[in-house]
Design a protein. Sequence first.
Length: 279
Amino acid sequence: MTAQRWLAWGVGIIAGLLLILIFTLLLVPSRELEQLTVRWFARQGYDFSAADFGKAFPLGIAARGVTIADNRGPLLRVDTVRARLELLPLLAGKVSVDVDGSVGAGQFDGTFRPRAGTGVFSARDVRLEDIPFFRTATDADIKGVLTVDATLAGTGRSRGGDVKLAVKGAHIRGATISGVPLPDAVYETVRGMVRVAGGRATIDSFSLQGEDVYVRLSGTMPLMAPMGNSPLNLSLELMPRPAFLDRQKLVFTLLAKYLVTPGHYRLPIRGTLSKPLLQ
């Protein structure tokens, strides 16, 4: 058999398998796909619901009005989301999934290759007030515009990656940790990076720069399933200017035990991601 005929046979087999995959997905009811998604999130410790859930042509799913919650309440709301298999990589025997969607006025997209364990994700112009996690977890009123860039590489225990975060015009009001209030403030810039390696997340140089106060968060967090059970070993440092300290004297009086040097407070945060505690 000639090389051309072998090539024709190979292309025909791949095309046939692709058609079988497409028809299989078309025959599976959307309700069953939704229940598979619900069960997957339940195994991670979360509740998944959607106002509308269906298929996206040719190989994918799409949903509107998505809410992800835990026993405390909603953590994330997504207006629209689509996940689709890329056709060209399938012809080469590779699985690659494209994801895109919207959260309020913000947009996100990503590409993931499960077998290789690689992926990239980005989000732009996402308003913090459109993410219910902050109010659910801290009772805080938080505003600002979020940008995220993330990469993932590896599988199993060797999986690693990093997440870069930036927020413009952050307003934080009413935040508490285990009932202890934190100062209300406006931060011109918020920047930080979280590195993941060996099943552990490390927070590097996460800083909040305001006109009257500088805040720095650092530490580690072993990653557990569900994520909310991950134990925290974090340090939150507050460095207020004298005028800012005077304006919020009551708050800093309650934080007096965490004073390290004049104008420098260090708060050890323990507990879990779902229930942080001041030590």
